[in-house]
Design a protein around this ligand. Structure first.
Ligand SMILES: N[C@@H](CCC(=O)N[C@@H](CS)C(=O)NCC(=O)O)C(=O)O
Length: 209
């Protein structure tokens, strides 16, 4: 039994999707950002960063969405969220997860949390720079998918596509949403058609893409 501390539509989404794909029993605990519950001392004991996700694995709190995706894929090989260990596909899978996490997710953090850069709000210059960085990733990933898609690993879906689609979703209110790139749009449509995506929307009460 896993316990996922989550907030709807946030970085916990990829972990929740992975749990649904796996079909493992889990319990959901909502961390209410409206009441700043992520900074409650009890929650900080589980996750000192005051962020979601946190996943209790055998009672032990583990954080970092990309790491949790990898851990869950490894613990449940039958769910095929990752290619077989030692295969070329597995190497590419690690590469994409780390790339998306430290390039895209890290930049998004600055986009959504100016405070991380010590500012109440971004200046137009900083905002434009972060937007450029995010769009440069869309351009690169779209080119890869157009040449070798439809999924990050080619013909086969993997957990890396869950991470990518979650990150794409976060751009929906940006000046140039990721869905403007055709191969990205195609991948997102494939992932959004999955039962796990639909179930997550129901469970987390999400409506908009
Ligand atoms: N690197 C972390 C980032 C987690 C993160 O920044 N989560 C956000 C939601 S997307 C959060 O909890 N924000 C609440 C806050 O910072 O107060 C991960 O991928 O798990």
């Amino acid at each position: 039994m896993y316990t996922l501390y989550y907030s709807p539509g946030t970085a916990s989404m990829v972990v929740h999707l992975a749990l649904l794909e796996i079909g493992a029993p889990y319990q959901l605990k909502r961390v209410d950002f409206a009441t700043d519950a992520q900074h409650d001392p009890k929650y900080l004991e589980l996750n000192a960063h005051g962020t979601v996700p946190t996943l209790l694995i055998d009672g032990k709190p583990i954080t970092e969405s990309a790491a949790l995706l990898i851990i869950l894929a490894e613990r449940h090989p039958d769910a095929h969220l990752a290619p077989a260990p030692g295969s070329a596909g597995r190497d590419a899978w690690h590469q994409w997860i780390v790339y998306l996490s430290n390039t895209l997710a890290a930049t998004y953090r600055f986009w959504f949390y100016p405070n991380d850069l010590g500012a109440a709000e971004h200046t137009p210059e900083v905002r434009a720079a972060l937007q450029r960085k995010i769009e440069s990733v869309w351009k690169r990933v779209d080119a890869h998918l157009a040449a070798e898609g439809p999924y990050l690993l080619g013909p086969d879906f993997s957990g890396a596509d869950l991470l990518l689609t979650m990150l794409m979703r976060w751009s929906r209110k940006m000046p140039h949403p990721a869905t403007e790139w055709p191969a990205l749009m195609k991948l997102a449509n494939l992932v959004r058609a999955r039962a796990s995506w639909k179930k997550l929307y129901e469970l987390e009460g999400l409506t908009e893409w």
